[in-house]
Ligand binder design. Sequence first.
Ligand SMILES: Cc1ncc(C[n+]2csc(CCOP(=O)(O)OP(=O)(O)O)c2C)c(N)n1
Length: 200
Amino acid sequence: MSSGCAVFAYRYLDIDWQEAPHGRAPAVATGIKRMWNDRLVFTYQGDGDLACIGTCEAIHALNRGENITIIFVNNAIYGMTGGQMSATTLLDQPTATCPSGRIPDLHGYPLDLTDLASRLEGTCYVTRQSVDTVPAIHKTKRAIRKAFEASMAGKGSSLVEIVSTCSSGWKMTPVDANKWMQDNMFDYYSKGDLKDTTKG
Ligand SMILES: Cc1ncc(C[n+]2csc(CCOP(=O)(O)OP(=O)(O)O)c2C)c(N)n1
């Protein structure tokens, strides 16, 4: 697991954790999985971590087909450090570092890392989900299970993106943030399986 708001997950989930330098979780997970092939190994990373600081490690681990699962929590900003623009920030979306919204000429375009992952030979299961409704939570749980089973069966790399909110960073109430995500994020980051070669 790398840095970001998810860093406190080790306090809540009673499993073996390893902290990695920011963005480097897929490289650390590679080493752990290769040492202990019988273990389930996953990373838990935000968009700042996975799609900005650690893009290189993520792409290469996925492309090598490491038998790990990457859980990618995409809230379109660097949450923990104050809501700065990240690679996945939507066009026109305001953040602490682009208060007038993301402008393509100045900041470039939102990076769809999950789509990129789906085009790599090493990936077997790539999906995009959310946890904004009870049915969506159930779907996400099933997706994570499927990814974990693929990792344990040695079928290659899996990536489960979970499109998320950051109410404090977005400066909205949790209810408004949920609605903003549904109205804006799902258009660009459309939900569903992007790749599934796990059968057979
Ligand atoms: C190499 C490195 N650069 C910067 C930081 C500072 N840092 C800590 S958390 C964070 C933002 C994390 O954002 P994200 O990964 O999107 O997770 P979120 O907090 O939104 O869940 C940053 C930049 C760091 N710890 N290490």
